[in-house]
Design a protein around this ligand. Structure first.
Ligand code: TYD
Length: 206
């Protein structure tokens, strides 16, 4: 039996990570692996209610409050969904996780990054992803893909998303073993092929 794996999918809004996650899920199931897809914010159950507040609340939200809400959802996702599945040998695919908080609340909103790292550690019990894939696209493309109908986070503006992108690239530089950047200005198929390679390498290493 294979050991479980915990893989996270990261990148700016509109980067195509959710499409890629679904494709790789199908691919892995086709090869006989057991998989589970989850997301943040909005892990199944309680997380869905937290997601509703985070994306749709139309009053003022302080950066610290926003951070704690994402972290609350993360703690629930880790303890109730991710950890139990990985322990059973499942490959868990998670749409956004700790690096979103560093990129969006840290680089984007200016919340202290070292403090966010500590809070991420509390939320996850220190369990890091075995592999993180950052889907990198330029901000103009990202904004064009998101379109006119933006949720609360997507309305943050071009400079905000420039900082988010820079954040992801710096995280990848600091942790090159865990975090792999995939150029997402290519076709879905080209990107998928690279994701397959990265995940097969990660499976071989476990
Ligand atoms: P979602 O609709 O899931 O966007 P996407 O399909 O791009 O993942 O919305 C999640 C939004 O929340 C997205 O704008 C990124 C943001 N976010 C943070 O700011 N911090 C976090 O820790 C997480 C998990 C998400």
């Amino acid at each position: 039996m294979t050991k479980g794996l915990f893989i996270t999918f990261e990148g700016a809004d509109g980067c195509g990570k959710t499409t890629q996650m679904k494709l790789i899920d199908e691919y892995l199931r086709g090869k006989g692996f057991r998989t589970l897809m989850t997301r943040e914010p909005g892990a199944k159950g309680l997380g869905e209610r937290v997601r509703e507040i985070l994306l749709n609340y139309d009053g003022e939200v302080s950066p610290a409050c926003e951070s704690f809400l994402f972290l609350a959802d993360r703690a629930q996702n880790m303890d109730c969904i991710i950890k139990p599945a990985v322990e059973k040998g499942v490959i868990v695919l998670c749409d956004r996780h700790t690096d979103s908080t560093i990129a969006y609340q840290g680089y984007g909103r200016g919340v202290n990054i070292d403090e966010l790292k500590n809070l991420n550690n509390i939320a996850t019990g220190g369990r890091k992803p075995d592999l993180t894939i950052v889907f990198d696209i330029d901000v103009q493309t990202s904004q064009a893909r998101v379109g006119e109908e933006k949720d609360r986070m997507e309305s943050a503006g071009v400079e905000f998303f420039e900082r988010v992108r820079k954040g992801y690239l710096e995280i990848a530089k600091r942790e090159p073993e865990r975090v792999k950047v995939v150029d997402s200005m290519r076709t879905i198929e080209e990107i998928h092929n690279e994701v397959v390679e990265l995940i097969e390498n990660a499976i071989r290493r476990t």
